[in-house]
Design a protein around this ligand. Structure first.
Ligand SMILES: *[C@@H]1O[C@H](CO)[C@@H](O)[C@H](O)[C@H]1NC(C)=O
Length: 192
């Protein structure tokens, strides 16, 4: 089934929901994912956002959208791939949420935006990532929090965004992306 047919079917199901919902005067959030609000960034206390990449830390006064949801997962779900270390002392937060462990940068692993992480339902499951003309299978080990940020609990980092797959170096490498380009890449992913 190609993407077009998949999305058409999804939309049909969605509209069906809407019709039923209207009949019963219910509100449904099945068809779209909207921001659940904003937070205004505060500059991290000195030494509190340890990142070589300064844009990875919250900026004073900057307004960030937060999301409790992500778009529905289809056969080819659009996302942006970003880089993260899951290793001790890496640029990442504490040990991975799924198993409480640190992971080597050589492991094919990812963190998913809050909605896709789905309260841990995808923990230690595999996803297929297509990008740069290649495909790689990677394990979900963490959440990329899109529902909050910019405080101590989130290492003074901005909210993740709701369409993010944060991946280890190994994933970028397996996709054959040149190391100088390991910042953001449009990809499609699906449950493996
Ligand atoms: C990926 O990032 C670009 C640039 O920030 C943005 O325009 C685009 O909408 C993002 N794509 C997805 C699927 O979020």
């Amino acid at each position: 089934m190609d993407t077009h047919i998949a999305s058409t079917i999804f939309l049909l199901i969605c509209f069906q929901f809407l019709i039923i919902a209207n009949l019963f005067i219910l509100e449904v959030h099945t068809c779209a994912c909207h921001s659940s609000g904003t937070i205004t960034g505060q500059a991290p206390p000195p030494g509190k956002c340890n990142s070589a990449d300064s844009s990875a830390c919250c900026a004073e006064g900057q307004v960030y959208d937060i999301y409790d949801c992500s778009p529905p997962v289809l056969r080819h779900t659009k996302a942006n791939l970003t880089l993260q270390s899951f290793d001790r002392g890496g640029d990442g937060p504490p040990p991975s949420e799924c198993d409480g462990r640190y992971h080597n940068d050589d492991e094919l692993i990812v963190a998913l935006s809050t909605g896709w992480y789905d309260r841990g339902k995808r923990c230690l499951k595999f996803i297929n990532i297509r990008g740069n003309g290649r495909r790689v299978r990677a394990k979900v080990v963490d959440e990329c929090v899109s529902s909050g940020g910019c405080d101590g609990g989130h290492n003074y980092r901005p909210p993740c965004g709701n369409t993010i797959v944060r991946a280890s170096k190994a994933v970028w490498s397996a996709l054959g992306v040149d190391e100088t380009q390991w910042n953001i890449l449009g990809i499609h992913w699906s449950d493996a």
